[in-house]
Design a protein around this ligand. Structure first.
Ligand SMILES: *Cc1c(COP(=O)(O)O)cnc(C)c1O
Length: 414
């Protein structure tokens, strides 16, 4: 199965654009993240060129925060959705425009708010009265008015994994629907705030349009009221569009854009979108080398990428396709579980996969561009993987593999 036009087999050999994946693995070592420049660009343009309403696409940095990815997005005119000072610093370092940044997240600290105000971001998406008060206080201390929107919780079930559903009543995210108008009134009473918009984000890996339609219906009505009362200028509909990991049958980005148009075209408001996964997810792969085979009650393929490199299967029971980089032996495939070297039973990349490999062969995990490297850690004192971006037949090392010395940077003996 192939997930994009950018990672395809030529004969039995996997290519990333025009680069041989086996050659890249030889050059940079494994585990290795590889991203396709054209795939990233295309996924962004699928949003930007299909939406006939004034808009800002704010790529969600947490999905993949590599500087080169941010730089590419910035060069295409993207704004950014951030959730920390560190992410804003990355955007600035990559040449992104702070005036196209929206700041999400439930727990912004004073110093983070101050930094964002200094940089002149587009808007804070605030989630509680207490947060509004804090943003106002910091802004007043700087003689500024902070641009704010409220992240509202429309109580929509996105029908996704419970760990990544965020728009339900019971979620920690957003202002409860029945309190929204109250909290806006409170915001309007604070001296350091300027009310600019309304925001929501109902979840991630959403595989059908109906939750988005339900959300749009509710937000539309609310936005009309807020425009009347406070003169808001934008609606931020968040991110969340799913990608194909298996044959999930997710909607095309263009169809989602049509849906947004149908609900919001006539309101005279800017649309802000915060896509993450659907921009980078299928633009990346993780390449790993087979260390050992262990046969018994189950067949295990032990590889050199673990849950510290890619935590999605362990954290969300996510299913991601795994295949051989060289498929010439595929006829002798046996059902196997692909596991990493980490000392945890949940350290699996995939269960019950038909694979034909011997020691030293390469495997590829597809759809690894989002929440892959950005969620990676040094658990088990493993240096984090290298990242490479390919463009045509050229490859660029966009993050050098960590060394063991990197592991204890900042640590001190007594
Ligand atoms: C994570 C997140 C996104 C991006 O979600 P995707 O599912 O990757 O598109 C957008 N907005 C907010 C507030 C988020 O927390």
């Amino acid at each position: 199965m192939e997930y994009s036009d950018h990672f395809v087999y030529r004969g039995n050999q996997l290519y990333a654009e025009d680069c041989s994946v086996a050659d890249l693995a030889k050059k940079y070592g494994t585990p290795l993240y590889i991203y396709s420049h054209d795939s990233l660009k295309q996924a962004f343009l699928n949003y930007d060129t299909n939406l006939a309403v004034p808009h800002t696409i704010c790529y969600s940095v947490k999905a993949n925060s590599n500087l080169a990815v941010l730089q590419l997005m910035a060069s295409l005119g993207s704004g950014f959705d951030i959730v920390s000072k560190g992410e804003l610093a990355r955007v600035v370092a990559a040449g992104g425009d702070p005036s196209k940044v929206v700041y999400s997240g439930v727990g912004k600290r004073d110093d983070e708010i101050r930094y964002a105000l200094e940089k002149g971001i587009y808007c804070f998406n605030a989630e509680s009265k207490m947060e509004l008060k804090t943003i106002s206080d910091v802004a007043v201390s700087m003689n500024l008015k902070a641009p704010v929107a409220l992240r509202v919780n429309p109580d929509v079930d996105p029908h996704t994994h419970h760990h990544i559903a965020t728009g339900l009543k019971t979620s920690k995210f957003g202002v409860a629907w029945e309190d929204v108008l109250n909290v806006y009134e409170y915001a309007s009473s604070l001296p350091g705030l300027q009310i600019k918009g309304v925001d929501c984000h109902i979840g991630s890996q959403i595989a059908s349009l109906s939750p988005f339609a339900e959300m749009a219906e509710k937000i539309r009505t609310l936005a009309v009221t807020l425009k009347e009362r406070y003169g808001i200028e934008f609606i931020d509909v968040g991110g969340g569009l799913g990608i194909n990991y298996d044959n999930d049958g997710v909607p095309a980005t263009a169809d989602y854009m049509k849906l947004l148009e149908s609900y919001f075209k006539d309101l005279g408001l800017r649309l802000v979108l915060e896509p993450g996964r659907s921009v980078v997810g299928n633009a990346g792969i993780l390449v790993t080398r087979v260390q050992y085979l262990k046969q018994g009650a189950s067949n295990f393929i032990i590889v050199d990428a673990g849950m510290n490199d890619m935590i999605r299967p362990a954290l969300y029971s996510a299913w991601m396709n795994i295949s051989e980089v060289d498929r010439s032996g595929a006829s002798s495939a046996v059902k196997s579980t692909v596991v990493g070297p980490i000392c945890e039973s949940s350290d699996k990349l995939g269960e019950d996969r038909l694979l034909a490999v011997k020691q030293g062969d390469l495997l590829v995990q597809f759809s690894a561009g989002a929440y892959g490297f950005s969620m990676s850690s040094n658990y088990n004192s493993r240096p984090r993987a290298a990242e490479v971006m390919v463009k045509g037949d050229r490859d660029f090392e966009i993050r050098t593999r960590e060394t063991v010395e990197d592991l204890w940077r900042g640590e001190h003996l007594l």
